[in-house]
Design a protein around this ligand. Structure first.
Ligand SMILES: [Zn+2]
Length: 332
């Protein structure tokens, strides 16, 4: 069992209602947006008030030094908006923020720099939490990963040590939790002064109180979808797609390639309307596209079918092949 079995993983901050979970990026360019109920403005972006509660990813007693917080101007923007950088000397131990299974790791990189071009050189650990969310721990030092793929880890357990491999200015841990499409989720941290309500920001102080319970029962069910989920009709996906979503009314992003097509269609079947709804995205000259994967609760129930295909060149958006296998996604 978990260390605190009754603790809800998702909670909602403030007094706003919990009805509209994670409505991201509603409208925002330039002026302060007017955000709907259950959402709030954060750096010019409307985002849901739901936050995932996690442990500070540092062993108890480690000073908390936030080098760059959520929405940090250097690199915590867009899909990476809810990442945090925990600074510390090279070799500072890093621990798991939630229970889960290690699904990816790298420890053989010895290089890094303060340029985005070094991003591919990071050592890292990725933990599948079993609910279609993934904890990511970046910039670990050369050889500084102490877990293997398949290991079950409990929150508070050591994972490795801080470094500056990849895109990093100085040693730090870049930590975030992402959905299966790589969008970071807003976080709150347990064990802090109650007055700060789980928030960590640049300049926040204190020390971690994250202690490993010594045992846990992490879900070993994989949250990832099978390879090639959307790999049909000549439209391979470049990023994962969610087999299980934590919330409706939350846009995810799908990237793929459709060489030779000018548009790609993402179609979803509405049980409410009893018909397919088609949305198209332009295919860039290099053959790639990016489009939102929507799940409006007004149009879909707990199970929804999706289809991605090359689309008609002009006029109403329609997939040019309709006989392909569609993909069924479900709410967790
Ligand atoms: Zn970062």
């Amino acid at each position: 069992m978990r260390a605190e079995p009754t603790r809800p993983r998702w909670r909602f901050a403030g007094v706003l209602r919990a009805s509209a979970a994670l409505s991201l990026l509603l409208s925002t360019h330039g002026c302060a947006p007017s955000c709907g109920e259950g959402t709030r403005a954060s750096d010019g972006v409307c985002e849901g008030d739901a936050r995932m509660w996690v442990r500070v990813p540092l062993p108890a007693g480690t000073p908390i030094v936030i080098g760059q917080g959520m929405h940090g101007p250097l690199s915590h923007q867009g899909a990476d908006a809810h990442a945090l950088d925990f600074a510390g000397p090279e070799g500072t131990p890093v621990s798991a923020a939630r229970d889960g299974v290690v699904v990816a790791r790298r420890s053989d990189s010895t290089t890094g720099c303060g340029m985005p071009g070094c991003a591919g050189d990071a050592n890292y650990v990725v933990i599948d939490h079993g609910d279609a969310t993934f904890g990511r721990y970046w910039h670990l030092m050369p050889g500084g990963v102490d877990v293997e793929v398949g290991d079950v880890v409990c929150e508070g357990e050591p994972l490795g040590r801080m470094g500056q491999t990849g895109y990093a200015v100085g040693p730090h841990l870049h930590f975030d939790v992402v959905d299966p499409l790589g969008t970071t989720l807003p976080l709150a941290f347990e064990g802090l002064d109650p007055g700060v309500d789980g928030w960590l920001w640049e300049g926040a102080g204190g020390a971690s109180s994250s202690v490993a319970p010594g045992f846990c029962e992490a879900s070993t069910l994989p949250s990832t979808c099978p390879e090639g989920l959307f790999g049909f009709l000549g439209v391979p996906r470049l990023e994962g797609a969610p087999c299980g979503l934590a919330a409706r009314d939350q846009d995810h992003w799908v990237q793929g390639t459709a060489p030779g097509a000018s548009r790609a269609a993402l179609s979803r079947y509405s049980d409410v309307r009893g018909e397919w709804i088609h949305e198209c995205a332009e295919v860039t000259p290099d053959g790639s596209f990016r489009m939102p994967l929507r799940w409006p609760s007004a149009e879909h129930g707990r199970v929804t079918r999706y289809l991605i295909a090359p689309a008609t060149e002009s006029g109403p958006c329609r997939p040019t092949a309709s006989s392909g296998v569609s993909v069924t996604l479900h709410l967790r």
